[in-house]
Design a protein around this ligand. Sequence first.
Ligand code: ATP
Length: 459
Amino acid sequence: MENLAQDKILEKIVSLCKRRGFVFQNSEIYGGVQGFYDYGPLGVEMKNNIKKLWWEEMTRGEENVVGIDGAIISHPKVWEASGHLENFTDPLVDCKKCKKRFRADTLLEGMDIEEGATDKDLLKDLSTKLKNKKCPECGGELTEPRRFNLLVETSLGVVEGEKNKTYLRGEACQNIYLDYQNVLDATHLKIPFGIVQIGKAFRNEITPKQFLFRQREFEQWDLQWFTNPKEMEKWFGFWKERRMKWYQSLITQKDKIRFHEHGKDELAHYAKMAFDIQYQTPFGWSEWEGIHWRGDWDLSRHGKFANKDFTYTDPITNEKFLPWIVETSGGVDRTFLFLLFDAYREEKDKDTTRVFLALHPKVAPIKVAVFPLLRNKPELVDQAKKIFNELKTCFNVAWDDRGNIGKRYYAQDEIGTPWCLTVDFDTLKDKAVTVRDRDTMKQERIAIDKLKEFFQTKL
Ligand code: ATP
């Protein structure tokens, strides 16, 4: 692999995403809104593949994990009980001269502040550390750091003046606590068990940036694992390793993933212990997923605010306890972006540069591209169409009959299609086609009636 200039990769990926229909800036024709993106035709395929892989890993990969799909708006009390109204804040500073606003921690190298890990001391500490800092944009003087709540407000009701303030969920996992008892009553599950969900979350991020990395509307995947407090340590370790293995299985650059343990000042308001799975992005080591020791925070808070008792009685031992929770919470959009970082390749090929995405075949938006060698030879086109229609019943398949084969390869490489298949004149005699591999560029002859099996074993 060529040594790519890291600072250019993000730019190149943003441009590729737009050019080939992975991701578009939302409302681009109106100048866009910061922190909002739309997934295009290839992007939605890739994102759905990623979500499907996660769902299969978490539900079918485990005996006692079930899913839910909860609403985006919940009772406003949920956000009081969860601590978000009080704690879901970022410290901000404004530039007195150019009026630009910054997250205070981003002005301090090597300091990463978790939302919610905040208190007066931390603000004081930040204020001291920022004393000699100037605005990075214009060199102007900065204000003292202040708190800013990240919940996105909305209102319910039709009559002006009588509308009720509520919030778009700031994290998807709250639905799981709200439905915990319902799931327990409706299923045969016994503790320990898990509930998973993939869903949108909304945050009024002050500085949405780095493309899909920090958005104001994004998707999260969560597992909440309910356990007997006595077994907390064991399950925390289990899920920490399990999640790391899963991410590792999707990437090729294995040295770019690591754990980062949260220091005391980084811990969220509920956490006793937390590890981030981080990826080394072009803008540094960055959080991909958090493994959180939530303890009894969530069920005890909702119990108190809703006046409900979530005590669990073990059906075998009769032991009574409030379940503790291990959370694994990751970002779908960050996964999408990090997998693109991981897969992006440039290789000099004679006088041109071959750009390709070495995506895991299960993640790639299109699995196979089918080409007739020449578009003006009906016998080739007919045979290729037959293969295309047959494969289409099993995989997402593309058709291309434009230009020459080399150009078609390049076009498919750029979007990460693992295999290209060409129907040529020999096909009409030997009933076989040429299959070309994206990463090695090696070609092999495969019998038409073995094609489905050939791809299926690799997917
Ligand atoms: P960060 O420290 O980067 O703001 P966080 O610790 O607040 O993230 P969590 O609240 O633990 O994140 O959310 C779980 C996951 O959701 C994160 O690991 C990340 O993958 C994703 N995520 C969080 N905020 C955003 C965002 N603004 N845009 C895209 N994904 C996000």
